[in-house]
Design a protein. Structure first.
Length: 290
C-alpha cells in the first residue's frame, strides 16, 4: 500500500456533498442516521448527485497509486468508491470527500465490506457490531488518504508479503495488523504471487534498459532487444536519441504497472542491498526518482 496524492474537490461539489450529509446529520438516532446514509448513498441524491459522483470517481481515478489500480490490493481494476470509515458505523462522514478511496470490488465488498475495529483509549482493539454505534472513532485501519502506509508496513521482496515496520507504537501496530487482516493482503495467494512476478518484470525491464543505456553502437542495442517484442525505435536516429527514447518509454511503462509497492521496495531497499540492483541504479541513478 502507498499513500494517495492529495486532491481537493471544487467548491460547488463540496457544497453539494455537504447538503447530502445534512440530511443524515439532522436525524436523531444512530439507527436513523445509518438508514438514511444507506438510502442516500444508493441513489447518490438523484441525477445531480450521480453527476457529482462521476466527477468524484474521475478525481479518485487520477489519484490512484498506479493507473486505475485498486489502492488496497494494487492488483485489480479500481471500480468502486469505497468508504475508508464504513458508513454503517460512521454515517456522519458518509458524504465526506476525505473518506473516499477507489478500490476494486473484491477488496471493497469481498474483504473489507463493513468489517471495522476501533482502538479504545486503553489501547485495546474492539470489533464493531452492526446497528451499534461505535464507542470510539479511532479505527484500527491504515487510511491511505491520511496515513503513509510505509510508516506502518514494508514489502519483503523475497516472500512477496507485507511486514510490520520496526518500533511501531502499539496504536500503529494495531492499525497495521488489522489492515493486513481485513484486506487479506498476505493471505490471497494470487497477490503474493503477483508481487513476486512484478519484481521479476521490474528487474528484467530495468536490466535491459541498463544494457541499452551502456551500449556503444546501434548494433549493441539491437542485440539487447527481444526480437518478439515490437519496439518503435528509429535506428536512423543517433544512439543518444534512441537511449533517451527508451528511458522515457520504460519510465512511462513502469508507472502504469500494478503492484507499485514492489517498485517502491526496489528503490528503497533492493537498491541498497542487492548488487544487481545497485548496478542498475548506478547506471541510471535518476530512476530512483520514478
Amino acid at each position: 500500500m502507498l499513500q494517495l496524492a492529495k486532491e481537493e474537490l471544487n467548491a460547488s461539489d463540496s457544497a453539494e456533498l455537504q447538503k447530502l450529509q445534512s440530511n443524515i446529520d439532522t436525524k436523531e438516532t444512530f439507527s436513523q442516521k445509518v438508514d438514511t446514509a444507506q438510502k442516500l448513498w444508493k441513489n447518490k441524491g438523484g441525477t445531480k448527485g450521480k453527476a457529482i459522483f462521476a466527477r468524484i470517481k474521475d478525481t479518485l481515478t487520477a489519484m490512484c497509486v498506479a493507473v486505475e489500480v485498486c489502492n488496497y490490493c494494487e492488483s485489480n481494476e479500481a471500480t468502486d468508491i469505497e468508504h475508508v470509515h464504513p458508513k454503517a458505523f460512521f454515517p456522519e462522514i458518509t458524504f465526506q470527500w476525505k473518506n473516499y478511496i477507489l478500490a476494486c470490488k473484491t477488496c471493497n465488498t469481498g474483504y473489507k465490506s463493513d468489517k471495522c475495529f476501533v482502538i479504545t483509549p486503553d489501547g485495546k482493539v474492539l470489533e464493531l457490531q452492526r446497528k451499534t454505534e461505535p464507542p470510539h472513532k479511532n479505527i484500527a485501519f491504515i487510511n491511505p488518504r491520511e496515513d503513509n502506509p510505509l510508516d506502518f508496513l514494508w514489502l519483503n521482496l523475497e516472500t512477496g508479503e507485507f511486514e510490520l515496520q520496526l518500533d511501531l507504537t502499539p496504536e500503529m501496530e494495531h492499525k497495521a495488523r488489522k489492515t493486513l487482516e481485513i484486506l487479506g493482503l498476505n493471505e490471497r495467494d494470487y497477490l503474493v504471487a503477483g508481487r513476486k512476478s512484478a519484481a521479476i518484470h521490474f528487474f528484467d525491464t530495468m536490466d535491459r534498459l541498463r544494457r541499452i543505456w551502456q551500449a556503444e553502437t546501434h548494433e549493441d542495442i539491437r542485440e539487447v532487444l527481444n526480437p518478439h517484442s515490437p519496439r518503435d525505435i528509429d535506428f536512423t536516429n543517433t544512439i543518444e536519441a534512441i537511449k533517451l527514447q527508451e528511458v522515457n518509454r520504460v519510465r512511462r511503462h513502469l508507472l502504469k504497472l500494478p503492484h507499485p509497492s514492489v517498485w517502491h521496495s526496489i528503490k528503497t531497499i533492493a537498491s541498497k542491498t542487492d548488487s544487481r540492483w545497485k548496478r542498475i541504479f548506478a547506471a541510471i541513478p535518476y530512476a530512483l526518482e520514478w
